[in-house]
Design a protein around this ligand. Structure first.
Ligand code: ADP
Ligand code: MG
Length: 558
């Protein structure tokens, strides 16, 4: 039997594609600029193997020129260009990517990464234009070609003139509508902002003309218009620069430029990973808690770039919840993007990067804890609660990552201590890590339950945050030392229970029974205790929950 090829109604397909792949129209500019950058890269690659060609970085650029009168937006490049046949096959065949083919033919890898791969980006121009004209002159030829299309109706190709090698894409911008402001794409400042947003780190200069006025020389009070060509993109992203070239201010400026926060970062980490996954990242720990941090509105995530082109503003998958306070960006060449390049295929690479980043953040926090204690305590006051939530959630499965990052106020000097510090100071005979819960350190200190433990010379951790006790319960123990509330019925202290106590219980049996009766429903038993020093009575708990935990649970909405 004959096997038949599928046919597609290309008109419908193009329409569907144009209107359904991308969620934002503005990305057409990113796509066209990426194509231009790829086209220049191709000359660069060609020059590597062709001695008759030299690649002089200076001579290559991309230019974006709006023309309000003609309602056109032109993207010009000095790239490799396309001949008639290439125009036909690359722009006439949907989902055919000349760049992907080029990448496959040129295995050469030296950090220049061609962006194109799906063969659809170009058509995104029809989201904002009702007619697109491409004038191209390929490298090594005197003939130029003009490709023209109004989208679904097909295209024409004819010879034309062009002085320089390269490509010019002319978009005839749609008229403004109520829903969409196409005029935006003719506005220099709006275009500049789009270039900064998506294409700031394209390796070649992206230029634009800006017209403004200045005082006219020799003519008092008069102004003249003048046009100045500006170089819009930063080209070399800070994360590709050598760490040794960068000063702390450079990172702070980047943090502010990117609007990661209005504060300053308390710490940054600049990562250049070259192992199983290749990526660069700059991560920041902010100095202050964002106002919405502990609300549902707060969105965690890092900016995600693929070869210098912005793909996602907030990629949540890159950060575990307990490190949700981290800001910054990741750039990787090895991501598999979906066709719109707006999302990622849920891929192994991303998971590996996320895992790697998690351990880098942990490392950064550990080194801050070790070498920069004051700042760590500042950090902990802003975000420590989030780490404790992390210990508590998922049944404490992150405890290995997080337990050594926790700090608690200790009865000793009321300073913040780590669990490791606490345990290292424990006297030989101390069995448990003691803690006491209350609304403030001052209140906890006055609790009668703390007397005996303090008297023994043991340290007590003061739990003043709702989450503390819950988190600790998830940890269960630290370095094989169990946690024990000072309100617990069994403190594990030897002199607690002596035969005399049994006698005292027996002696006062009638009294205690009367008291239990009077407090019926409120206490389950009254007993003699050795725990007390200055106070006549105290509460102790028998079961799993302490009084403080019960309070928190009772206050929670159902
Ligand atoms: P992709 O970039 O994913 O390959 P596009 O639809 O954006 O897909 O572009 C299709 C093809 O057209 C590219 O692969 C490239 O071969 C060619 N092309 C597009 N724009 C240009 C340009 N400015 N210069 C040279 N070739 C281009
Ligand atoms: Mg492309």
């Amino acid at each position: 039997m004959d096997k038949k090829q599928f046919r597609a109604e290309s008109k419908r397909l193009l329409e569907m594609m144009i209107n359904s792949i991308y969620t934002q129209k503005e990305i057409f500019l990113r796509e066209l600029i990426s194509n231009s950058s790829d086209a220049i890269d191709k000359i660069y690659y060609r020059a590597l193997t062709d001695d008759s060609l030299t690649f002089d970085q200076e001579g290559y650029f991309i230019k974006v020129t709006p023309n309000k009168e003609a309602r056109t937006l032109t993207i010009t490049d000095t790239g490799i260009g396309m001949n008639q046949e290439e125009l036909e096959s690359h722009l006439g065949v949907i989902a055919k990517s000349g760049s992907l083919a080029f990448k496959q033919e040129n295995e050469a890898k030296d950090g220049r990464d061609i962006i194109g791969q799906f063969g659809v980006g170009f058509y995104s121009s029809f989201m904002v234009a009702d007619k697109v004209v491409v004038i191209s002159r390929p490298l090594g030829s005197d003939t130029a070609w003009k490709w023209e299309s109004e989208g679904t109706e097909g295209y024409t190709i004819e010879p034309t003139e062009k002085a320089e090698v390269g490509t010019e894409v002319v978009l005839h911008i749609k008229p403004d509508t109520e829903e969409d402001s196409y005029d935006d794409y003719l506005n220099e400042y709006r275009l500049k902002a789009l270039i900064k947003k998506y294409s700031d780190f394209i390796r070649y200069p992206i230029k634009m003309d800006f017209t403004s006025s200045r005082p006219k020389e020799g003519a008092e009070g008069e102004f003249e218009e003048f046009t100045e060509e500006q170089h819009v993109n930063s080209m070399v992203p800070i994360w590709r620069k050598n760490k040794s070239e960068l000063k702390p201010e450079d990172y702070e400026n980047f943090y502010q430029e990117k609007r990661y926060g209005f504060d300053k970062p308390i710490k940054h980490a600049h990562i250049s990973a070259d192992g199983a996954v290749v990526y660069q990242a700059i991560l920041f720990i902010p100095e202050t808690t964002p106002f919405d941090f502990y609300t549902k509105e707060y969105e965690k995530g890092l900016e995600l770039y693929s070869s210098g082109v912005l793909i996602m503003n907030k990629c949540a998958d890159l950060l575990p919840d307990y490190f949700s306070f981290v800001k910054g960006m990741v750039d990787s060449e090895s991501l598999s993007l979906n066709i719109s390049r707006e999302m990622l295929q849920h891929d192994r690479q991303l998971k590996l990067i996320a895992k790697n980043i998690e351990s880098k953040i942990k490392g950064a926090l550990q080194s801050m804890l070790k070498d920069d204690r004051d700042n760590y305590e500042k950090f902990y006051k802003a975000f420590g609660r989030q780490l404790k939530f992390g210990v508590y959630s998922d049944y404490g499965s992150h405890k290995e990552t997080l337990q050594d990052l926790l700090l608690f106020t200790s009865s000793k000097d009321k300073s913040l201590v780590t669990l490791a510090e606490y345990v290292s100071r424990m006297p030989e005979d101390q069995k448990y890590i003691y803690y006491a819960s209350g609304s403030s350190a001052e209140r906890i200190e006055k609790l009668p339950q703390t007397e005996m433990v303090l008297d023994k010379g043991y340290e007590i951790l003061f739990f003043t945050d709702d989450i503390d006790e819950f988190a600790i319960r998830m940890l269960m123990n630290y370095k094989e030392k169990e946690f024990r509330s000072v309100a617990s019925g069994d403190l594990g202290i030897e002199e607690e229970k002596k035969p005399e106590d049994e006698a005292a219980d027996e002696e006062n049996k009638a009294l205690f029974e009367d008291m239990t009766g009077l407090l019926s429903g409120k206490v389950s038993a009254v007993r003699a205790s050795r725990r007390l020093r200055k106070h006549p009575v105290c509460f102790a708990t028998v079961g799993e929950l302490t009084i403080e935990m019960e309070k928190v649970l009772a206050a929670m909405p159902d």
